[in-house]
Design a protein around this ligand. Structure first.
Ligand code: GAL
Length: 712
C-alpha cells in the first residue's frame, strides 16, 4: 500500500502541469485574476492597502486576454506553488522590480527579496516587485509577500510546446549552454497564491492598468517637485536657517530641507524625539522655516531605541529580534501602529513637519531582522521583510491624509501595491549610470526613483549628476555626509543654478505629468520600451533591415539603459563623467532640440556633443511644454502664476494642463481642472496658441500667458 501511494505521488508530480483547467475572472476591464490553492490572507496588496481606481481602468477600455490560457499553468505541490506563463520566440520582458544594470529581463534567474542593492541584478533590491511587462503588450503580477524565485525564460521542460533542439557540442558551434526556453516559471513558497494578468494592447497600457489597479500613481504636492537639500547629519537649527538663507541669497530654488539623523536625540536605533541641544525649539524652528517657504522633512528608521519614551509601551508589539538593538514594531497590529505613529503625529507633523525619509527598511541581512525572527502578529520574518517598506509608507502617508495635507518623501523599500504612496526610492550605491537604469526600470514597477546627488570628485561629475537629478521624480542633493551645496564647485555654480531654475520653470509640466500618473497610470519617467511604437519598430526593423545600412535597427535591438522619456513629450539622454558626446536613439517621428527648437532627427541614431552645461533633451513634434518663471519656491495654493508656453516642431499641438490647489486632497472631491492648450498654424503661416477657460468654481492659477514657438 505504502509503495502504491509512493508511486501514485511520483506519477502526480511528473504529470504535465497543464492538466488542471484554470479559471481566470475579469475583475476590471483588461485585468484578470486567478487564485490557486490557498492564497495567504496577507499579501502585497493588503500590506499596501491599495484600492483600484476602477473608473480610470474602465476608461482604458476592454481588451482580449493576452495569452493562450491553456498555456498558463498553476499548481500546488508539497506546500509550494508552481507557476508557468508562456513566452513567444523573441518576446522581451521588463520589470521584476528595481533593477540597476539591466532592462531586458528575459534569460534571468531572480529571487525577489527586499534588500539593499548589492551590485547585481539578482532579485535582491529595494523594490523587488513581482510584476513583469512583456514587449508583446501585457503584464503578469504575482501577489505574494514571499521570496519568489523567477526563471524568466531560462528553464526548458520536457513537455514544452517549443522545446529547444538537442545539439551536439562536439560538432555544432551553435551549441549553447543555455538552451531556448519558452516560459516564465516561478516558485512561490506558499500553499497558494493569487495572481493577475494585465492586458494591453501596448506595454504602456499594461503598466497603466497595473498602476491604476494599485490606486493610480501618487500626486505629490507642487512643492515636492521643487528642489530639496538634505543637510549634514549633525546640523543644528541655526545651521539649517543659515543654509536656507544662503540658497535664497544665491538664488537657488529650495522647497524642502531634509534633516538627517542628528535631529533625533539618539539614532540607530531611534527615539523619534528632537535633540534639544541642536534643536532647542523645534516648533518655532519649523514654523520659521515654513514662513520662509521651506518645508522640513525628517529622516528616520523605524527601529525603536530602548531610550525612546514609546519603548516600554510598544515593546510587547515588537518582533523577536532587534535591529541595532532597536525593537522592530509589528506594524500590522493596530495597537502597535497607534503607539508608534503617535509621536510622529504629535511632535513632528503636529508642529508643521511636511514629510519623512524612512530609511533602512530594505536590508542588509547582517543588520536587519533575520528570517528566523518571529512577530507577535504571527506573520513571518519573510513576509515582514517583503512588506515593511509598504507598511511605513502607507501608515505615515495616512498621518498627512488625515489632515487633508499631501506629503512627498523618501523610502528605502517598496513593493507592488505602492504606486499611489507618495514616496521616492533612493540608495547608497551611487553609480550615475546605474542610477539612470534604475530610473528607467522604476517605470515597469509602479515605483519612483531619484538618482540623488551626494558628492563628486570633479565639477564635471557634479554638474552631470545634477543635470539628471533635475530630470527625475525628486531633484535632490543628499549632503548628509558630504555637506555639499549646489555651489560646492564654483566653476559650475552658475550652470547648476540654471538647471535648478529650469526644474522650477518646468513645474507646470512636471505637475501635470504626475497628475497623469495619478489619473491615467502613465509613469512620468519611463523606459523607451514603453514608448508607443518603439517596440513594434524594434522587431520590424531588426528583422528587415541590414544593420550596416541602418544603424538604428542595430541600436533599437539593444537594451536601452541610458535614455528615457520624461512626461508626454521629452526624451532625456544624460551624459556621464568623461563623455563629451553620446549617441541618442530618436524613435520614429520628428524630434527637436529642447533648448533651441531646431530639428534634431527622425527615427535614427544621432550623435550629440552638447557641451558641459547641457543635458541633451529632445521634444516630440507638436510638443507643448508649459513653463513658469523661475520661482525659488513652489507656488502657494491659489497663487496665480504666469505661463510661458513653448511649442516645438511642425505639427499643431494640444496639451491638457492640470491644475488644483497643489497641497490638499480636495482634488479627490473634484476640485481640479484640466485646461486645454492648443497651438495651431494660421493661414498666413504664423503660429497661434490658446488656453481654454477654467470651469466655474474650479481651480484657476494661470496668470498671464506668453507663447514661444521654438521651431523657426
Ligand atoms: C543611509 C542613507 C543615507 C543617509 C544615512 C544617514 O542609510 O542611505 O541617505 O540618510 O543613512 O545615516
Amino acid at each position: 500500500m505504502k509503495k502504491l501511494l509512493c508511486l501514485l505521488s511520483l506519477l502526480i508530480r511528473c504529470l504535465p502541469l497543464s492538466a488542471q483547467p484554470l479559471n481566470w475572472t475579469e475583475t476590471a476591464p483588461g485585468i484578470w485574476k486567478l487564485s490557486v490553492g490557498k492564497p495567504e490572507a496577507y499579501n502585497l496588496l493588503t500590506a499596501a492597502e491599495s484600492q483600484p481606481n476602477l473608473s480610470a481602468i474602465s476608461r482604458l477600455g476592454k481588451t482580449a486576454f493576452p495569452l493562450a490560457q491553456n498555456d498558463i499553468v498553476a499548481t500546488v505541490v508539497n506546500g509550494k506553488t508552481y507557476l508557468r506563463f508562456p513566452l513567444d520566440r523573441g518576446e522581451q520582458l521588463f520589470g521584476f522590480g528595481l533593477n540597476f544594470q539591466t532592462v531586458h529581463q528575459r534569460g534571468k534567474i531572480l529571487q525577489l527579496h527586499v534588500d539593499h542593492y548589492g551590485g547585481k541584478d539578482n532579485g535582491r533590491t529595494h523594490a523587488p516587485v513581482p510584476f513583469y511587462v512583456s514587449a508583446n503588450g501585457y503584464g503578469v503580477f504575482v501577489n505574494s509577500a514571499r521570496y519568489i524565485t523567477v526563471y524568466a525564460g531560462t528553464a526548458a521542460r520536457k513537455d514544452s510546446k517549443n522545446p529547444p533542439v538537442a545539439q551536439d557540442r562536439n560538432t555544432d558551434k551553435n551549441w549553447s549552454a543555455r538552451p531556448y526556453s519558452d516560459a516564465v516559471e516561478m516558485l512561490v513558497p506558499a500553499e497558494g497564491v493569487e495572481m493577475y494578468v494585465f492586458g494591453g494592447p501596448t506595454p504602456l497600457d499594461a503598466v497603466r492598468r497595473f498602476n491604476l489597479f494599485n490606486g493610480g500613481g501618487c500626486l505629490p504636492p507642487r512643492w515636492g517637485l521643487g528642489f530639496t537639500q538634505r543637510v549634514h547629519r549633525l546640523y543644528s537649527a541655526d545651521d539649517v536657517r543659515k543654509e536656507a538663507a544662503e540658497f535664497e541669497a544665491r538664488k537657488y530654488p529650495l522647497d524642502f530641507i531634509g534633516l538627517e539623523p542628528g535631529w533625533q536625540s539618539k539614532s540607530y536605533p531611534c527615539t523619534f524625539e528632537w535633540d534639544k541641544t541642536r534643536f532647542p525649539q523645534p516648533e518655532a524652528f519649523v514654523k520659521d522655516m515654513l514662513s520662509k517657504g521651506v518645508r522640513i522633512n525628517l529622516w528616520t528608521n523605524p527601529y525603536v531605541s530602548p531610550e525612546a519614551s514609546v519603548y516600554p509601551k510598544i515593546a510587547p508589539y515588537t518582533g523577536s529580534h532587534t535591529v541595532w538593538v532597536g525593537a522592530v514594531p509589528d506594524l500590522t497590529i493596530p495597537k502597535a501602529r497607534e503607539l508608534f505613529w503617535d509621536v510622529f503625529a504629535k511632535d513632528h507633523i503636529g508642529i508643521g513637519v511636511s514629510g519623512y525619509k524612512i530609511d533602512e527598511t530594505d536590508g542588509y541581512d547582517y543588520y536587519l531582522w533575520p528570517d528566523v525572527a518571529t512577530f507577535p502578529s504571527g506573520l513571518s520574518a519573510e513576509q515582514m521583510r517583503q512588506t515593511y517598506g509598504l507598511l511605513v509608507q502607507k501608515q505615515s502617508a495616512d498621518l498627512f491624509r488625515n489632515r487633508n495635507q499631501r506629503t512627498y518623501g523618501l523610502t528605502r523599500a517598496s513593493n507592488a501595491g505602492g504606486s499611489s504612496l507618495p514616496y521616492v526610492l533612493y540608495n547608497d550605491y551611487y553609480s550615475h549610470e546605474d542610477f539612470i537604469t534604475a530610473l528607467i526600470n522604476s517605470s515597469f514597477s509602479g515605483v519612483l526613483w531619484t538618482p540623488e546627488v551626494r558628492a563628486s570628485k570633479t565639477s564635471e561629475e557634479w554638474l552631470r549628476r545634477f543635470q539628471s537629478v533635475c530630470f527625475s521624480p525628486m531633484a535632490m542633493i543628499n549632503a548628509w555626509a558630504s555637506s555639499t551645496k549646489p555651489w560646492t564647485f564654483p566653476e559650475v555654480a552658475d550652470q547648476v543654478r540654471d538647471i535648478a531654475q529650469l526644474r522650477m520653470q518646468m513645474m507646470p509640466y512636471w505637475y501635470t505629468e504626475f497628475a497623469k500618473y495619478h489619473f491615467e497610470g502613465t509613469p512620468p519617467f519611463r523606459a523607451m520600451n514603453l514608448e508607443p511604437g518603439f517596440q513594434a519598430e524594434v522587431k520590424k526593423e531588426v528583422v528587415t533591415a541590414s544593420l550596416e545600412e541602418n544603424p538604428y535597427a542595430e541600436a533599437v535591438g539593444k537594451e536601452i539603459k541610458d535614455q528615457y522619456m520624461a512626461g508626454e513629450y521629452l526624451l532625456v539622454a544624460p551624459l556621464f563623467t568623461g563623455q563629451t558626446s553620446r549617441k541618442v536613439i530618436l524613435p520614429k517621428g520628428k524630434w527637436y532640440d529642447f533648448y533651441t527648437g531646431r530639428f534634431a532627427g527622425e527615427g535614427e541614431v544621432i550623435t550629440v556633443t552638447p557641451g558641459l552645461d547641457k543635458i541633451p533633451v529632445f521634444v516630440k513634434d507638436g510638443g507643448i511644454i508649459p513653463m513658469m518663471p523661475p520661482l525659488l519656491h513652489a507656488p502657494k495654493p491659489g497663487q496665480k502664476v504666469d505661463l510661458d508656453i513653448r511649442h516645438y516642431g511642425e505639427k499643431p499641438g494640444q496639451y491638457q494642463l492640470y491644475d488644483d490647489d497643489g497641497e490638499t486632497f480636495d482634488y479627490e472631491r473634484g476640485q481640479y481642472s484640466w485646461r486645454t492648450i492648443r497651438v495651431e498654424r494660421r493661414k498666413n503661416g504664423q503660429w497661434t496658441g490658446a488656453v481654454s477657460a477654467a470651469e466655474k468654481g474650479k481651480p484657476d492659477t494661470i496668470g498671464k500667458v506668453t507663447w514661444r514657438f521654438m521651431t523657426k
